[in-house]
Design a protein around this ligand. Structure first.
Ligand SMILES: Cc1cc2nc3c(=O)[nH]c(=O)nc-3n(C[C@H](O)[C@H](O)[C@H](O)COP(=O)(O)OP(=O)(O)OC[C@H]3O[C@@H](n4cnc5c(N)ncnc54)[C@H](O)[C@@H]3O)c2cc1C
Length: 486
């Protein structure tokens, strides 16, 4: 015990020397907000909070951690949904925040590329791109806190994946510090490069278990000339699926997003946001939020396309009612309703959240089959699904029965519910994690349901890059000797 104390004291003194007073703290008040995950499911302890100022400091700090055998939990905005950025309860790990590294290193408007440090917040990147009449084509409800490093490390999706793909499609180059403190630099974006494995893709989605992302070069697109945001009322999810196909046929590449919102989620959001109003007067079991965009030289035609799309959809009974946002303020208000579902649902009470995907064509069937099965098996629960229907990915939440105790229920009945939902998803040929990653919340479920060959390959990669299991221990695919067992 005495020897262990000396070891961590020596480490802390050396880390303080390296990072200076702004770069290292053990102040409990400063640490507290970063020790619980966004959903409030996990709370851990940390040896200290390190906030290095640049890649050189990260590299030297990681070397120091390796020397003193100190595990590292990388963290960005702490908006992740899987407990991936929360340390375990031992207090042995160093919480490594990248938030201080928030510089835009290079902005090349002609090449439509930006190189930013890991701590740049998504919303700030959107603003920076807009100043240059460009846009970064990935957005999500947590954009005010999610960082580029976190988005890369979770391969985040969001509401524009339908047209532009996940983070994997946006990253042109990456800089990362590996477990031994060496710096992998692939920031120079080459259109063609066949020198072996694509290592940046290996790091994307690795949730801080293979390396610490310090910077990324990202692709940008020209700004949109115009957009139309439609809120449609529907009778069923099957209707939404048909409407989606109709939109794809008629709007083609203009279709930027297609999200579904059940009546329950809309009501929760309206309760949560006192100033918000429902876009349609009538009540509908389902709603679709549809965005069409056009480049500047095709902007004029967009109004016509929207009208034609809605008229023909009405004629074919593909929607009950619809409204097109009259201006940008209303368009943003429609999106705010969608983006507020997660916080609104969180405020209602305990729920088991599953971000799942099945083949796009089967999602409506899946939700219609699985919801009553779950509710029957776990009396008093309520299953709701919302989100990215266009990607075959919905957030399938199972709300706890009235009176269930937050914290207790998740660990008991909640656990059985998740196992049941994940079994169903697997039977339907789907994924138990479409976008939020595995973290600690789905670690055991990945071990139970993941393909044995895929799991063995992932463990080999982890073993090769981080043989001592120092990077984000206990997350994703831990090594057998990992110290952290959540
Ligand atoms: C309201 C709301 C809506 C959301 N909607 C979506 C959505 O539609 N789609 C979606 O995909 N996600 C969504 N999210 C989840 C979240 O925003 C993303 O997972 C995001 O990528 C997390 O970024 P972060 O900076 O907060 O990362 P954190 O939460 O800090 O970390 C997430 C994981 O990445 C690791 N990590 C963080 N930074 C680094 C780094 N620099 N190097 C290595 N590892 C690192 C952490 O260890 C952890 O495992 C939403 C969140 C909220 C709060």
């Amino acid at each position: 015990m005495g020897a262990a104390m000396t070891q961590s004291d020596t480490f802390l003194a050396a880390a303080a020397d390296l990072l200076g007073p702004r770069g290292l703290t053990r102040d409990a008040d400063l640490l507290a907000p970063w020790l619980t995950d966004w959903r409030g499911r996990f709370t851990g302890k940390a040896l200290a909070l390190a906030s290095p100022a640049n890649t050189g400091e990260v590299a030297r700090l990681v070397k120091l951690c390796a020397k003193h055998d100190v595990p590292i939990v990388p963290q960005g905005g702490n908006s992740g949904m899987s407990g991936g950025a929360t340390p375990d309860g031992t207090g042995e790990a160093l919480l490594l925040s990248l938030r201080r590294m928030d510089a835009i290193r290079d902005f090349d408007a002609d090449a439509r590329q930006v190189t930013c440090e890991a701590g740049v917040i998504l919303q700030s990147l959107h603003k920076k791109a807009e100043e240059h009449r460009l846009r970064f084509p990935l957005t999500l409800g947590g954009k005010g806190s999610a960082t580029i490093g976190g988005l890369v490390s979770t391969n985040a999706g969001g509401t524009q994946v339908l047209r532009h793909g996940t983070m994997r499609a946006q990253v042109l180059g990456l800089e990362a510090v590996l477990a031994d403190g060496s710096v992998l630099d692939t920031l120079t974006p080459l259109k063609k490069d066949n020198r072996g494995f694509d290592l940046k893709q290996l790091l994307i989605g690795s949730e801080g278990t293979l390396g610490i992302v310090t910077a990324a070069t990202l692709r940008l697109l020209p700004e949109s000339g115009d957009r139309r945001v439609i809120w449609a009322g529907l009778d069923s999810l099957q209707m939404a699926r048909k409407l989606l196909l109709h939109c794809e046929r008629l709007a083609g590449d203009s279709l930027e997003g297609f999200e579904v919102v059940p009546a329950h989620s809309l009501a929760a959001v309206l309760d949560h946001l006192p100033d918000a109003r429902a876009p349609l007067v009538g009540k509908h079991s389902w709603n679709a939020l549809i965005e069409l965009v056009a480049p500047a030289d095709e902007a004029e035609a967009l109004g016509g396309t929207t009208e034609e799309l809605l008229e023909s959809a009405m004629k074919q009974d593909l929607l009950g009612d619809a409204v097109v946002a009259a201006n940008e303020t209303q368009a943003e208000a429609f999106w705010q309703l969608r983006d507020s579902i997660a916080p609104a649902e969180r405020a209602i009470g305990p729920a088991m959240q599953h971000d799942i995907s099945v083949p796009v064509a089967r999602m409506a069937d899946f939700v219609e089959a699985a919801s009553p099965m779950v509710e029957k098996r776990f009396p008093g629960t309520r299953a709701i699904a919302f989100g990215h229907l266009g990607d075959g990915n919905v957030h399938f939440h199972v709300l706890a029965p009235a009176g269930a105790a937050r914290g207790e229920w998740e660990k008991s009945e909640g656990k059985a519910i998740s196992a049941y939902v994940h079994d169903l998803v697997t039977e339907w040929g789907g994924s138990i994690s479409a976008e939020h990653g595995i973290g600690q919340v789905k670690r055991d479920e990945l071990g139970r349901l993941g393909g044995p060959v895929a799991l063995a390959v992932m463990r080999s990669v982890k073993q090769a890059l981080d043989p001592r299991g120092l990077l984000n221990p206990g997350k994703l695919v831990p090594l057998a000797k990992d110290r952290a067992t959540p």
